[in-house]
Ligand binder design. Structure first.
Ligand code: MN
Ligand code: MN
Length: 302
């Protein structure tokens, strides 16, 4: 058996993943739905957490990407991997009048309230990025379980609102990228995982042309994330690269942030971004990262 990395190292990367998600969301939200040209004209290179954007956010405020992750994490900590508990947590969050909510998420949660069903029927329009963006708590909570159980947990949370093979594949891949990075994988190991995804779903091939204005389609989202992740070699460069492409920038930022945060660790996140992040959000992210990891089977093996 190969040696497990020290607990402290994995914890540092888990905190990095959660703060990376939040920082990516907060940085990207300022330029969500802008084109790269508009971003350039307004900000030069956008590299500071400022708030604003089409949602007129307070500086340091995060959006649905981080909030739904925190709701999912709370449900996991209270009741484990239970579809009903997770759907209720999402529904409670929707009731809290969130600053933003995706169309597919709203439709799925409205259906849950009407029918009590926790799995959407397969739908060709469900290939948005809304399930993938909130997968981090599953990655932490299932660290160390068999691949088939990670997959089952991913699909269970995803299909509450999104039921599509590309959403499923994207959600599982991002979850596994985070888990491998938490356990110390290097960037080449992550690239191999992405190439395995592309072998099954060629839509995700990301080398053909530069992605600008990535939309909510999870294939576009992940192509932009993979380009930024594999063409840079530190957290700040990767995140600046992806959000300056505009489009669904808070969500590309959130997904890139969770993977790069796990890969490079929280020490790699610029201090000015951590200082700008809403303090209650930052505290919740740190606490949940550790609490979820401590419940994971991995912790028992360490
Ligand atoms: Mn958002
Ligand atoms: Mn978004």
């Amino acid at each position: 058996m190969s040696a497990l990395p020290p607990t402290e190292a994995v914890e540092a990367r888990a905190i990095g993943a959660y703060l990376g998600l939040a920082v990516g969301d907060a940085l990207g939200a300022t330029v969500e739905f802008m084109t790269p040209r508009e971003i350039q004209a307004t900000h030069g290179v956008h590299r500071e957490i400022l708030g604003g954007g089409w949602l007129r956010l307070r500086k340091g405020r995060v959006t649905d990407d981080t909030e739904m992750s925190l709701a999912l994490g709370r449900a996991l900590l209270e009741q484990g991997i239970e579809a009903k508990a997770i759907a209720e947590a999402f529904s409670d969050w929707m009731r809290s009048r969130p600053v933003d909510i995706g169309h597919t998420v709203r439709r799925g949660l409205s259906r849950y309230r009407r029918t009590g069903e926790t799995e959407m029927p397969p739908n060709e329009y469900d290939a948005g990025n809304g399930a993938c963006m909130r997968t981090l708590p599953i990655a932490l909570y299932t660290l160390g379980v068999a691949e088939s159980e990670v997959e089952a947990a991913c699909f269970l949370q995803a299909r509450i609102t999104h039921h599509h093979p590309l959403s499923d594949a994207a959600t599982l891949t991002v979850t596994r990228l985070v888990q491998e990075a938490l356990l110390g994988a290097d960037v080449l190991a992550l690239l191999a995982r992405v190439e395995a995804l592309i072998a099954r779903h060629p839509e995700f091939a990301f080398r053909r042309r530069r992605v600008e204005n990535p939309g909510g389609y999870v294939v576009e989202t992940l192509r932009a994330v993979f380009q930024a992740l594999f063409d840079t070699d530190d957290f700040e460069s990767a995140l600046v690269e992806v959000v300056n492409r505009g489009g669904d920038a808070d969500t590309t930022g959130a997904i890139l942030g969770m993977i790069a945060g796990a890969l490079y660790g929280h020490e790699a996140i610029p201090a000015r971004w951590l200082a700008a992040l809403d303090a209650d959000t930052a505290r919740a992210c740190r606490e949940q990262a550790l609490a979820l990891l401590r419940r994971a089977p991995w912790a028992g093996a360490a």
